[in-house]
Design a protein around this ligand. Structure first.
Ligand code: G3P
Ligand code: MG
Length: 241
């Protein structure tokens, strides 16, 4: 059986509070070969890992991340909303996740907002300092951010996130005018022939967010490069059965 890469969505978001260190550690223990996470920027310029731009859903705080300094965010509980056993989890810095994930393992950093160019600047500085370009792919639904990022630092690998059944998936990537490493479509958006065409064009294909066995099977048969899932343990077991 073709074995796509197991990519833990927000860590192992089905079984731990998304985008926390506990979630990433669980994904690693469950056999994920890559992790996906979402980033925002704080008032004082730190890159933090959180899906929403606001604190209300996944922490005991409120308001926008970009209106708080990192020190204030560090006081918040980002685990107990999910389950009491995760009380005390914090919003991680991107650097903390990089320290946890072994070198050679892929980290998919999803940029949620441009913050008027501040996010790109911060991310380029971060990735230059980390010097782990081959371990990282930066994706976004904002394809202009992706294009600017790639132009500013060609060493950064970039991918396109989208939720549309495009007429020509690899053709769209080519039209970007910069080298695109991967396509990250919603898993219902690509038909098997689209996946085959993208792979043949040299693109990695990482559909999101896939949690059902029937969808794993369909995408494996179609030859995707990786599968983004809330349950990396479930997908690992399925691939190894
Ligand atoms: O990167 C794949 C997926 O995470 C995109 O959607 O809303 O879960 O960040 P979302
Ligand atoms: Mg995401």
């Amino acid at each position: 059986m073709h074995k796509p890469m197991v990519i833990g969505h927000r860590g192992a978001a089905g079984e731990a509070p998304e985008n926390t260190m506990a979630s990433f550690a669980l994904a690693l223990r469950q056999g994920a070969q890559a992790i996906e996470l979402d980033v925002h920027i704080t008032k004082d310029g730190e890159i933090v890992v959180c899906h929403d731009g606001t604190l209300n859903r996944t922490t005991n705080g409120s308001g926008h991340i970009c209106e708080h300094n990192w020190q204030a965010l560090q006081q918040l509980d980002a685990g107990s909303w999910f389950s009491e056993e995760f009380t005390g989890e914090r919003i991680p810095l991107l650097s903390e996740v990089f320290d946890l994930v072994p070198r050679g393992m892929l980290i998919n950093v999803e940029v949620k907002h441009a913050y008027k160019g501040r996010m790109e600047q911060a991310l380029i500085a971060f990735l230059r300092a980390a010097n782990r370009y081959e371990d990282v792919v930066v994706s976004s639904f904002d394809h202009k951010v992706i294009k600017r990022l790639k132009k500013a630092e060609p060493k950064i690998q970039v991918g396109l996130l989208y939720n549309a059944n495009l007429i020509d998936h690899p053709g769209y990537a080519k039209k970007m005018g910069v080298d695109i490493c991967s396509l990250h479509p919603h898993h219902q958006c690509m038909e098997p022939r689209d996946i085959a065409a993208a792979v043949a064009a040299g693109l990695q294909v990482y559909p999101y967010t896939v949690n059902e066995l029937i969808d794993y099977q369909r995408l494996i048969e179609a030859g995707v490069s990786g599968i983004i899932t809330d349950f990396p343990g479930r997908l690992s077991t399925y691939l190894n059965k």
